[in-house]
Every structure is written in structure tokens, then in C-alpha cells.
Design a protein around this ligand. Structure first.
Ligand code: PEP
Ligand code: MN
Length: 339
């Protein structure tokens, strides 16, 4: 249920409502909007009618059911868009189009520093690089792990950029959160509920990638796991889904972008690198994602893609990345955004 407080509700009245929600055995999730506060009361669906009684408390305007199964992610609870602050001057969910760039895997310090400086110069805001890699084959490069995490941090600091890296297991959340500004949950872990719950307790923003076989509702339910544990900072990322088409690695589900933005207040970015699997196809699909309303892009970039230890064929070289950034400009302007 959503307890909608009146526009002028006093702090004391809000606190009373929160206490009553708890007393009834529900978890209160207050959302302090510009105009008014709404409090999501989450818990056992069956007894929720008892919450209706809160309508008589001072300061409460109305109590309404949340129809969507993803309660906290839904725009019913929070019609205003969520803006996530990643670092000073770097946000996602507002007018700024967030650009995340870097290699699939952290391979060496030289590779990361070179990449950080190049993508920064071309206009990227956040540096990416996988230190723990979820590979299909156990014989493929698995990542440099802690060493990779430290290299990524060093390269980010050198270029003055925040960083994002993937967390594969609940046990690593605290360690990675000490170094990384954003915690990524990969497509393969989108329904790893124990990871989602654990990461939802972190204070760091979460980049939750859509699974290759998750419907939009399932995807939003995964975001809900993080939100229900207290996180308010989930960034969604459409990275291609598995279809019958095999000309591309996956199929970028462009319509998921406006659908998600209709259904949730959370920011939505797109990853045309994993969606297409082909470097040449990345720039046009990046433009398409911006035109469809994406709040940001995640792009794989490597100094020498032919030598990359993972995802070389879909990685852009530095000049191709700079070219893509130039190609994006009219689309960014047409979408009413800035870089
Ligand atoms: C990645 O970002 O390198 C990655 C492994 O992506 P995904 O989880 O979308 O496959
Ligand atoms: Mn990759």
C-alpha cells in the first residue's frame, strides 16, 4: 500500500505514520518527494487492508494499493525520476547522458591507464573494467580479481573518473564497495537473489544489467530485491536479449528503454557492445538508444581489441570511440540532453 501524505504534512505526522506501519508488521519505505512524502508499506499482501485504517491519521491524504508487483521500483510510488549522483558532477537520470567506457576485462595497469585517459578525453564520465569475469567457459580468462580491482581504482584516480566493476558473489560486496563507485550485477546474475539482497544493503549505486532471458517485469522484480533491502540507487541497463536472430550476439531490445521509463522512476542505460557483439554495430545502436530515451550508455573500449582477453570483437578502439562520441552529438541534442 502507499500512504500518501498531504502536501503540508509535518515531520511528526510522518514519523507517527512510519511507527504505525511498523507496528502493523509492515516495512515502511518513505520517499521524500519535492511536493509531498509518500510511504510505501511493504509486507504480507494478504493483510494489507489493515493499512487502510491509517487514512484517519493526521497528515495522511489517502491510502492506495500499489498495483504493480514491483512496488518500490514503480512510478506509482514515485512518479518523479530518480537521479543518482555517482561523483561530483557525474549523475544519471537527469539531463546528462552518462557515458561509461572501458575494456571488458582489466588486463594490466598500462592498458587501464591508457584507456582511462583516452575515454576521458573523448568525453566518457565513468571508467569500466571487469576484475571478476563471469565467463561461459571455465578455461577462459577469469579476471585479475583483487589485483584488477586495485588497477581499475588507480586508473580511475589517474584520470579523475569514478569506476564501475562487476560483483559476482555476495561475499565480495564489501571488498569491492571499498574501491568501486558503482557495483555492477551482470546479466547472468540478474536473478541471483542472494546477491541482489546483499548488494541492496550497500551504500554504493548498483548497475543492474538485464538478463538475456528476463522479461521486463522479472527484471523490475530483480531491481525490487535491491530496493527492498534499502538501496535507492539502482541503474538499469538493457544489454540485449536472446532471440532467434544470430547475426548479432544478442538483440538490443530498444523498446525496453521507453517501456522501462514508463514503468519505473529508475534511470535506464543501454549497452550496445554486449547487445551486438560487433564493434561496427555499436555506434549506430548507441545513437538509437539515445533516440529511444536512454539515460546513458555503456561501451567497451580497448587499446588493441585484437589482443583483448575478452570481448575483443565488440570493443571499440580509441579513435572509433572518439568517432562514436562525435556521431552521438546530434542525437544527444535532439533528445534534449547534454554530455
Ligand atoms: C560485462 O559488462 O562485461 C558483462 C559481462 O556484461 P553482461 O553481464 O551484460 O554479459
Ligand atoms: Mn564484456
Amino acid at each position: 500500500m502507499i500512504i500518501v501524505m498531504g502536501a503540508g504534512a509535518a515531520q511528526k505526522e510522518i514519523r507517527t505514520v512510519i511507527a504505525r506501519i511498523k507496528a502493523l508488521g509492515y516495512t515502511p519505505h518513505p520517499i521524500f518527494g519535492k511536493e509531498r512524502t509518500v510511504i510505501g508499506a511493504i509486507g504480507d499482501e494478504r493483510g494489507k487492508i489493515v493499512l487502510q485504517g491509517l487514512e484517519s491519521l493526521p497528515g495522511v491524504e489517502r491510502v492506495v494499493p500499489i498495483l504493480k508487483p514491483y512496488k518500490l521500483a514503480s512510478r506509482e510510488v514515485k512518479p518523479e525520476r530518480t537521479v543518482i549522483r555517482i561523483a561530483p558532477g557525474v549523475t544519471v537520470g537527469d539531463r546528462q547522458l552518462l557515458v561509461i567506457a572501458g575494456p571488458c576485462s582489466v588486463e594490466s595497469e598500462a592498458q587501464m591507464i591508457e584507456t582511462a585517459l583516452a575515454v576521458r578525453k573523448a568525453g566518457a564520465h565513468v571508467l569500466r573494467g571487469g576484475a571478476w569475469k563471469p565467463r561461459t567457459s571455465p578455461y577462459a580468462f577469469q579476471g585479475l580479481e583483487v589485483k584488477g580491482l586495485k588497477i581499475l581504482r588507480k586508473a580511475g584516480d589517474r584520470a579523475g573518473m569514478p569506476i564501475v566493476t562487476e560483483v559476482m558473489t555476495p561475499a565480495d560486496v564489501d571488498l569491492i564497495a571499498q574501491f568501486s563507485d558503482i557495483l555492477q550485477v551482470g546479466a547472468r546474475n540478474v536473478q541471483n537473489f542472494s546477491l541482489l539482497k546483499r548488494i541492496g544493503k550497500s551504500k554504493r549505486p548498483i548497475l543492474l544489467k538485464r538478463g538475456m532471458m528476463t522479461t521486463i517485469t522479472e527484471y523490475l522484480m530483480s531491481a525490487e530485491y535491491c530496493l527492498s533491502e534499502g538501496s535507492r540507487q539502482v541503474i538499469l541497463c538493457e544489454r540485449g536479449i536472446r532471440t532467434f536472430e544470430d547475426a548479432t550476439r544478442n538483440t538490443l531490445d530498444l523498446s525496453a528503454i521507453p517501456v522501462l521509463k514508463d514503468r519505473t522512476h529508475l534511470p535506464v542505460i543501454a549497452d550496445p557492445s554486449h547487445a551486438t557483439g560487433v564493434a561496427r554495430l555499436v555506434p549506430p545502436m548507441a545513437c538509437a538508444a539515445v533516440a529511444a530515451g536512454a539515460d546513458g550508455l555503456m561501451i567497451e573500449v580497448h587499446p588493441t581489441p585484437e589482443k583483448a582477453l575478452s570481448d575483443g570483437p565488440q570493443s571499440l578502439t580509441f579513435p572509433k570511440f572518439a568517432e562514436m562520441m562525435a556521431m552521438l552529438r546530434p542525437f544527444i541534442a535532439a533528445a534534449g540532453r547534454t554530455l
